[in-house]
Design a protein around this ligand. Sequence first.
Ligand code: SF4
Length: 369
Amino acid sequence: MEHISFEDSLRVLDSLEQGRLPGPEALASCIEACSPTSHDAGQPSPAESRLLLAELAARARAVATRHFGHRIYLRGLIEISNYCLRNCLYCGIRAGNTRTERYRLSPDEIYGCCEYGYDLGFRTFVLQGGEDPWFSDGRLCAIVRHIKYCWPDCAVTLSVGERSRDSYRHLKTAGADRFLLRHETADPGHYARLHPPAQTWRERVRCLCDLKACGYQTGAGFMVGSPWQNSGHLARDLAFLAELRPEMVGIGPFIPHDQTPFAAFPPGSVERTLAMIAMTRLILPSAMLPSTTALATAAENGRERGILAGANVVMPNLSPKEARRRYSLYNKKLSEGPECAGYLAELKDRLLAIGYEVVIDRGDYHDFG
Ligand code: SF4
């Protein structure tokens, strides 16, 4: 990859801000300039890289403020099951991890989480789980219908993995509003290194296209710093987002889990994650972008830094304490403090301290053009 100067990097940021996606080489070079993985001759100095990242974050923050003001939307995360048929190599609850203590919330436990969350001011519930066959279409549709009946002013987001188009359609008809399915990497070869052969990039894209076709507000997203990832892969992720135009994008640093094949890989960089959030905000000005738990886990003030780089959503955890502990996707995943709904007041204070206000609102996607 060619290095580019400080000035040329600024020109790439200008293009992103003006809604023009730069070529893949220029974009990859700019990612490297804003969040370098090494310091070779010919690339911006460390001080210039820090300036570039600050400039990128400031521009992304200005776009977010233009569309959302200083409002931050809440989503209540309910981790419904850590059973999973799949074997993503990076994931702590993969089927192959026999040391995970498995659990599944009953429908009544899920409704209990919604009730608790509603009283705290949550107006979106995110039902997230591994690919657990117990949650058949029939069972999941009944749960979605019940939530929409009891809390009609709330949105339901599902994050339950790859399913058939018919399944997505049934769940939409039952009342689900949104669906999160990260693409993880937009490079098919890289995807194949992060997943077993039975899981293909083609199938992941089929699911995302079906979700859009079914009318969901659809969420894609990716890890930053996953094994073998380089800035070229990330440039491809951004181009994929520009083409798919998802309504939501989840971006967090890769954090290894001890009981996975990727245990020995280093975690992703916080700075590079912030650069990706900010560039995504410039490419998709209206998107709902969470400041993720992984980012808050990776750095003490990661949540706040994500918001100051253009994110506008936080997702505190409404799951029962024991479930939060067992839903261990990566090492030391935060499940207490402001990541947990019981500490909402602390979270609000922390966001207020950087000038942002948590609002009681469904926080639906609107295309601001
Ligand atoms: S990332 Fe999702 S689909 Fe993959 S193993 Fe983990 S829970 Fe299962």
